[in-house]
Design a protein around this ligand. Structure first.
Ligand SMILES: Cc1ncc(COP(=O)(O)O)c(C=O)c1O
Length: 393
């Protein structure tokens, strides 16, 4: 039986683990199994490894001190911690109840905001333009005396659109409002620098940067106060209770160090491949539209609407050809619900349903992109040949 080599173009959903990250983790699953809270040698080994990883993550985002990094279980937990943590603290202080976010956030932020609305908070969801960017005037107009938090993602997982976070922070500072950004997709691809951005909180996740799944981090600028999500022991400087997941923390640290070292060369490679894919698709297929702004989006993300095509069917057909892509975020694909991000961009349902996200990674090759450029137009043509609307053209 011939085994088909698959081409993975879904790196915004998750990335394969970097072998060096895996190798760094393994001893902490076997011989070095200590609990970071124990004071004997096993415990100290684990503690040192956690401390090293914290420094590596801090260095990747230019935090002033490793103590500003809290390890969490996922990017989702980091987002929940930031939003609920600020909201609950303010509630206990009677300090305001209004949050500003955008309509295109990941569900980890959006559903947390909806949860907070049920508990009496008011949330403004800023609209976005055709390319998915918020408008700073909308932000200025939304700010109230009662605003306690602004949470805007750094880059969108579906379209790759980059939001103007430094400008958001400048406006927020005039009103002394803390800013959280979900940088799960931008870390490792953009030069994420918490000093240059000016954020108080930033979420990241290891499995998007060639680290293991189930480990994330929240950057908390010194002085940022928030209520805890988890209560128990005094782990993470009393900010997140629970024995640390040492192997995964070592994995996120190693992935962060590698991302810092390799980011520029990875990005150059990603940009070349993305341009080639963009050009190849435009040359090989008519009636397609790109949804992100090529001048202002993440390297490696290409979000394309194919007219007269149903996106989920295209994905399944491409999977049979050995090409793995997705419709939107990993959490919504398969749900058949039109993506809230594409709806916010103003895309008519007809186009939103025919949208596919190609997200490239550092290990993709030119030969793979050549194969994709050859196969996708053929599959699209076959599918359109069965579409009554297309046949009428
Ligand atoms: C922008 C964004 N935020 C948050 C998350 C959630 O991260 P995790 O999978 O680590 O929970 C994702 C994952 O797709 C994401 O793309």
């Amino acid at each position: 039986m011939k085994i088909m080599k698959r081409i993975y173009l879904d790196h915004n959903a998750t990335t394969p683990i970097h072998l060096q990250a895996l190798e760094a983790m393994l001893p902490f699953m076997t011989d070095q199994f200590g609990n970071g809270s124990s004071i004997h040698t096993y415990g100290r080994e684990a503690r040192n490894a956690i401390d090293d990883a914290r420094e590596q993550v801090a260095a990747l985002i230019n935090a002033k001190s490793p103590s500003e990094i809290v390890f969490t279980s996922t990017g989702t937990e980091s987002d929940n911690y930031a939003l609920k943590g600020i909201a609950e603290l303010q509630q206990s202080r009677n300090g305001g109840n209004h949050i500003i976010t955008s309509a295109i956030e990941h569900h980890a932020v959006l559903h947390t905001c909806q949860y907070l609305e049920k508990r009496g908070f008011e949330v403004t969801y800023l609209p976005v333009d055709r390319h998915g960017r918020i408008q700073l005037d909308d932000l200025r107009a939304a700010i109230r005396d009662t605003t306690i938090l602004i949470s805007i993602m750094h880059a969108n997982n579906e379209t790759g659109t980059i939001e103007p976070i430094a400008e958001v922070c400048e406006i927020a500072q005039e009103h002394r409002i803390p800013v959280h950004t979900d940088a799960v997709q931008s870390v490792g691809k953009l030069p994420v620098d918490v000093q240059a951005l000016g954020v108080s909180m930033l979420s990241l996740s290891a499995h998007k940067i060639y680290g293991p799944k189930g480990i994330g981090a929240l950057y908390l600028r010194r002085g940022t106060r928030l209520e805890n999500l988890l209560h128990g022991g005094s782990h993470e400087r009393n900010r997140r209770a629970g024995s640390e997941n040492v192997p995964s923390i070592v994995g996120i640290g190693q992935a962060a160090a590698l991302a810092k070292k390799e980011r520029e060369s990875n990005v150059e490679h990603l940009n070349q491949l993305t341009d080639k894919l963009r050009q190849g698709l435009h040359e090989g297929i008519n009636y397609i539209h790109e949804n992100s702004d090529p001048e202002n989006s993440l390297p490696g993300t290409l979000n394309i609407s194919f007219e007269y095509i149903e996106g989920e069917s295209l994905i399944l057909r491409l999977d049979m050809e050995g090409i793995c892509v997705s419709t939107g975020s990993a959490c919504t694909s398969g749900s058949m619900e039109p993506s809230h991000v594409l709806a916010a961009l103003g895309l008519p349902p007809r186009l939103a349903q025919g949208t596919v996200r190609f997200s490239l990674g550092k290990d993709n090759t030119e030969a793979e992109i050549d194969e994709v450029i050859e196969k996708v137009p053929k599959v699209v043509e076959q599918m359109r040949a069965m579409s009554p609307a297309y046949k009428k053209l």
